[in-house]
Design a protein around this ligand. Structure first.
Ligand code: SF4
Ligand code: SF4
Length: 202
């Protein structure tokens, strides 16, 4: 196992936010009478890009703790994922390819899965810095419960996203201003290896 990339206090804060998301998600799901049980779909084939060094490093913290053989299996599937998704993107289409971390139908890195994975399912909202409120309806199965009704229980993403921005700023400090923006799939985060900043001169 390699040395931890994230300082201990940053890891603990990420884990605490993820736990808070689970609590809020379960509460909204309970109020709606919604669950994933019996779903014919597996939404882990949705194409998402992720945007923080913090989550990238936390993902790698989980990968580093896996037996080498398991991690190498995920890396191999990540390379296949990236190759296939690039072909689909080159055709101008949105990829729909199973996440390379799926293991026997379940998330193979459940405790380290990313923010977007944790929010998908129930309705949510977010207030942008300009005050505009965005509404997210939840997955297709949740929409079977809520229909067109917008006045439903929902998670508020605003503070969760703000917390991640705050952690990113604290961890990276001035480096954040010069590092390239993160815009990667989970597969890309896996094949690139953990983020490293040795080239960064600030
Ligand atoms: S990280 Fe886990 S929960 Fe997220 S898409 Fe991949 S398999 Fe699914
Ligand atoms: S979040 Fe929705 S689409 Fe995904 S597995 Fe659960 S019920 Fe199915």
């Amino acid at each position: 196992m390699s040395a931890p990339l994230l300082p201990e206090h940053i890891s603990r804060r990420i884990a605490a936010i993820y736990e808070e998301i689970e609590t809020q998600y379960d509460q909204v799901a309970k109020e709606l009478g919604f669950s994933c049980t019996g779903c014919p779909d597996n939404c882990c084939d949705s194409y998402f890009l992720h945007h923080t060094y913090t989550e990238w490093a936390y993902l790698w913290q989980g990968l580093d703790a896996l037996p080498a053989e398991k991690r190498q299996g995920f890396e191999l599937r990540s390379r296949q994922y990236v190759r296939q998704s690039q072909e689909v993107l080159a055709r101008g289409e949105r990829p729909q390819i199973m996440c390379p971390l799926i293991d026997n139908g379940r998330c193979g890195l459940y405790k380290h899965r990313l923010l977007i994975c944790r929010l998908h399912g129930v309705p949510s909202s977010m207030t942008r810095p300009d005050g505009q409120q965005l509404l997210f309806p939840g997955c297709f199965r949740c929409q079977e419960i809520t229909g067109d009704n917008e006045d439903v229980p929902r998670m508020d993403r605003t503070k969760l996203f703000q917390d991640f921005v705050q952690i990113e700023m604290e961890w990276l400090g001035v480096k954040r201003k010069v590092l390239p923006k993160v815009k990667m799939t989970i597969a890309e985060m896996i094949i690139k290896g953990p983020p490293e900043f040795s080239h960064c001169r600030v």
